[in-house]
Design a protein. Structure first.
Length: 160
């Protein structure tokens, strides 16, 4: 019965590039401070697209349009927060279709408080993007994919 104590943790993330800058989420969770792409965990009974829209709404109070599927990890990745959980991460291109109600700066880790659950959002110029800008291994792979893309043709400017 031990084999059933492990489970899959499906995560859904948005890759939002606007005017040559990538949207980054800086967070504090379980004593870790890290940078990642915006998004979060799929809830039971929820579709992947609905999850991504909900995460952006909850965290940024913004409506998004979901574009093409960019990446799904095809390797074993244990969760950084629970090693009995295997992460399956899905990444989509997204465009903001409304103005976010939260502040987005270009300052890393621009938290209003240093408590668990704190979030801060920032724009990072794509031309200076590095895999090391991200904490999680799957995000690092997606960053490498973004770096290799022709950003101007792959990511049209969203209407804002």
């Amino acid at each position: 019965m031990e084999k059933f104590s492990n489970y899959f943790n499906v995560r859904v993330y948005g890759v939002c590039i606007h005017e040559g800058k990538l949207l980054i989420s800086d967070e504090i969770q379980n004593g870790l401070t890290f940078s990642k792409l915006p998004g979060g965990g799929l809830e039971f009974g929820e579709g992947i697209a609905d999850c991504l829209k909900r995460e952006f709404q909850e965290e940024m109070e913004v409506e998004i349009e979901i574009g093409e599927l960019l990446y799904i990890n095809d390797f074993f990745q244990p969760s950084a927060f629970n090693h009995k959980s295997q992460v399956i991460a899905v990444y989509y291109k997204v465009s903001l279709i409304s103005q976010p109600k939260v502040s987005i700066t270009e300052i890393p880790f621009n938290f209003t408080s240093m408590e668990n659950g704190s979030l801060a959002f920032r724009w990072l110029p794509v031309n200076s993007l590095r895999e090391e800008d991200f904490y999680f291994p799957i995000d690092k792979r997606v960053a490498a994919k973004i770096i290799g893309l022709n950003i101007n043709s792959a990511y049209p400017k969203p209407p804002l």
